[in-house]
Design a protein around this ligand. Structure first.
Ligand SMILES: Nc1ncnc2c1ncn2[C@@H]1O[C@H](COP(=O)(O)OP(=O)(O)O)[C@@H](O)[C@H]1O
Ligand SMILES: [Mg+2]
Length: 427
């Protein structure tokens, strides 16, 4: 079988790498891919949002399975286009993808199907939203979360500690900073606790949790500085203990599946559940309708199954035939970024040390890389995801940083404390 992966980041690199190793896969294509993906797949120059060209490519090249990395093509209906043309694809259709594409749609769904989540209100105009902010803080709230309804590339959520910050967030939304995504605003009760991410596979009939993970969103050590796409991840996340996992399976996944069925939503893909583990138990912060980056690098490195077979069973609605197997121990992924990210940064610097990093026991997944005169250079904010396994998180962390230290380019930046929460738990 030939497979097509849509996307160009670290998540897509591990997908291509694992698919290339899957028995039964003769060839992997990636649209558009990157310099590292080119080692595992043939990169084809088609944009992730050019849905018809992607379907044409799949048809012409007899692609047996298409796997979509990012949310934008899913929210634009890539699954609908492929389904209509009888092409096998992994993912939710456009309507179901609103579980990520509209935070208000997701919140209504959670409320309707008793999925634990923060309380919230919806606003479509600034004045009543601001009045609400003042009331909530006057009543003694310790925080309020302002969320633009639509896709905002991770920038549409403002966690406000004061009324002023919340009002600023409201104004950003209604002043059009997030475009159409900010026309409607969700204001959420602020939850306190530790965050975790858990992926689950579903075909609409069966739902299976994958291993848990934890991301590190802030740019700086000790979780300081501005938010990023994610600076590192590890799996499993010890905050997801047996008790949290049991609630996750029963109240969150169980009700999620009931909701899909009751609403008649077509969902044959992965759901990424962002959780806040509070004193009252886990609550859902958000759903994403695809794998997360960099959690995927940490989680899939532990997956022992034939990935193509697993994804194919999901696409064929035969997930009940799958049993996931995980390598014991832990994995850690450290993201190496261009200096200056998430602000402005310089591109085009030659990256060295790949072979040495892999000799140190790591696997290096590429995100923002490209070839320039035969050399691999940085072209994006997040550039590499150096990933390693270990018998314990401590061991995985030690190995991963040995690899990270072998890699260099001008102004390269990485966090040096990935996994710190797990270490604090004495693991
Ligand atoms: N209700 C909430 N209480 C506290 N923090 C929140 C809440 N909702 C979101 N956050 C914080 O904001 C981050 C981004 O919110 P999320 O809903 O995941 O949106 P997105 O990933 O689309 O930006 C979360 O990872 C979490 O740190
Ligand atoms: Mg999120």
């Amino acid at each position: 079988m030939k497979v097509l992966v849509v996307g160009s980041g670290g998540r897509e690199h591990i997908l291509c790498w694992k698919l290339a190793q899957s028995q039964g896969v003769e060839k992997v294509f990636c649209a558009p891919g990157n310099a590292g993906i080119a080692a595992d797949a043939e990169c084809v120059d088609i944009a992730v949002t050019d849905l018809n060209s992607l379907a044409d490519f799949a048809e012409k090249n007899q692609i047996g399975l298409t796997m979509v990395g990012p949310e934008v093509p899913l929210c634009e209906g890539i699954v609908d286009v492929f389904k209509q043309r009888k092409l096998r694809i992994f993912g939710p259709d456009k309507q179901a993808a609103q579980l990520e594409g509209s935070k208000i749609f997701a919140k209504d769904f959670m409320r309707k199907y008793n999925i634990p989540t923060a309380g919230s209100e919806v606003f479509t105009e600034a004045a009543p939203a601001i009045a609400y902010v003042r009331k909530v803080f006057a009543d003694g709230a310790k925080g309020l979360v302002v969320k633009a309804d639509g896709l905002a590339a991770g920038k549409g959520v403002i966690v406000a500690a004061t009324a002023e910050e919340a009002i600023q967030g409201v104004n950003q939304c209604f002043d059009g900073e997030f475009g159409a995504a900010g026309k409607r605003v969700l204001m959420e009760e602020c939850l306190f606790g530790e965050e975790a991410s858990i992926f689950a596979l579903t075909d609409g009939t069966t739902i299976i949790p994958m291993a848990s993970a934890q991301d590190h969103k802030r740019i700086g050590d000790g979780d300081s500085g501005p938010n990023t796409g994610g600076m590192g991840a590890y799996s499993p996340a010890p905050v997801v203990d047996d008790k949290v996992m049991a609630i996750f399976k029963n109240e969150i996944l169980g009700n999620f599946l009931k909701g899909l069925q009751a609403e008649g939503l077509y969902y044959r893909g992965v759901v990424f559940v962002g959780l806040m583990v509070t004193e009252q138990g886990p609550k859902v912060l958000e759903f994403n309708v695809r794998f997360g980056d960099p959690e995927t690098q940490a989680v899939l490195l532990r997956l022992e199954n034939n990935l193509a077979e697993v994804l194919g069973k999901v696409a064929d609605a035969k997930l009940n035939e799958v049993e996931l197997r995980w390598t014991p121990g832990a994995t850690v992924c450290v993201v190496m970024a261009s200096g200056g990210y998430p602000g402005n940064y310089n591109k085009g610097f030659e990256i060295s040390g790949f072979a040495e990093a892999e000799a140190a026991g790591t696997k290096v997944f590429h995100a923002g890389t490209a070839f320039k005169n035969g050399k691999i250079v940085n072209v994006g904010g997040r550039v590499l995801g150096v990933t390693a396994k270990g018998a314990t998180i401590r061991e995985a962390i030690d190995t991963v940083y040995k690899g990270v230290k072998k890699i260099s380019w001008q102004d390269a930046y990485f966090r040096s404390d990935i996994g710190h929460r797990a270490l604090k738990r004495g693991l």
